[in-house]
Design a binder for this molecule. Structure first.
Ligand SMILES: [Cu+2]
Length: 319
């Protein structure tokens, strides 16, 4: 079985299958209700809360829940999915699981997630970036306001983050919201020289393993003079892409697939080196620490370091 992850602009069949798969996974027929999530959080003594209406959720909503759950688990460095070395392996595991669900729902075992090479759009004049092809009905729909056109116009948001306390709110289903390019501090998408700076780093990560480190992970996550790269794409798109429930917007997966591709490209050139090794860094971020998972087997960074058993990218060449 060969799963190849391709640029969304290169293969329109993959684009259409991705949008169709997401639409299917967004149907509220998982058999899991918002009240089940509340019971799960309470039974496991987790720090995340949930309020709002009780309703049946979609598999896609469960992925949104999973992301915020990992984010709500604070560690001595960052949380269980961000702000430290675990950022890249956790999102790799997370996307492997979504890709598996898409393969199932599409009945297409060779389906691979597409990626969005946002640095290519970052070279457009700022006023054209939010009018680029990605934000048309054949792709992701409107870049600003409610998304009403194309397949993504059918997506409904059911779980949002409460800005005051970070908890989850189950809301009456509503369309996706975006505010691309409207934040005056983040007018442009990342550009290739920013990507090159992350790819030139000799180290994956290093002490103190946090948001201040100069290394591949932290520059790619986007905390240095931030928001840059990964973080910048979240902030630039805005709307539902900004809070901890950001997987609500399918562009989350196009962004993270590109981030994962850049990590893979970095490893192809610098070696499959991950830090911190066992016993040598903060708990939850080390090579053999089990990552937070509610879908599929919980893996370690070691377990996902080489993704060859799941997928490969169409190209890892450095331009
Ligand atoms: Cu994330």
């Amino acid at each position: 079985m060969t799963v190849v992850r391709e640029n969304i602009f290169v293969n329109t069949t993959v684009r259409d299958r991705f949008l169709e798969g997401v639409r299917l996974l967004d149907q509220p027929n998982s058999g899991i209700r918002a009240s089940d999530l509340r019971d799960f959080l309470q039974a496991n003594n987790l720090p995340l809360g949930i309020r709002g209406i009780d309703q049946e959720l979609s598999i896609y909503d469960i992925f949104v829940f999973w992301h915020l759950l990992a984010m709500s688990i604070q560690l001595s460095v960052g949380n269980a999915a961000h702000g430290g070395p675990i950022f890249l392996p956790w999102h790799r595991m997370y996307m492997i699981r979504l890709e598996e669900f898409l393969q199932q729902v599409l009945d297409e075992p060779e389906f691979g997630l597409p990626y969005w090479d946002w640095a290519a759009d970052g070279h457009l004049p700022v006023r054209q970036q939010w009018r680029a092809e990605l934000w048309t009905p054949d792709y992701l729909g409107e870049a600003r306001g409610a998304v009403r056109s194309g397949p993504m116009g059918e997506i409904r948001v059911r779980l949002v983050q409460d800005a005051r306390n970070g908890n989850l709110v189950s809301v009456t289903p509503r369309p996706l919201q975006r505010a691309a390019g409207l934040n005056p501090d983040v007018a442009s998408l990342p550009r290739q020289p920013d990507v090159d700076a992350a790819q030139a780093q000799p180290l994956y990560d290093q002490p103190p393993w946090n948001r201040s480190v100069v290394g591949h992970r932290n520059i790619l996550e986007g905390w240095i003079n931030g928001p840059q790269l990964h973080n910048r794409v979240h902030v630039w798109v805005g709307g539902d892409m900004a809070p901890g429930t950001s997987p609500n917007d399918p562009v989350f997966f196009l962004n993270h697939c590109n981030v994962d591709r850049l990590w893979e490209q970095w490893m192809a050139h610098k070696g499959r080196n991950y830090e911190p090794k066992p016993n040598r860094g903060p708990s939850g971020h080390r090579l053999d620490d089990v990552m937070v998972a509610i879908i599929g087997q919980a893996l370690t960074p070691q377990g996902v370091l080489d993704p060859a058993q799941w997928y490969a990218y169409d190209s890892l060449l450095i331009a």
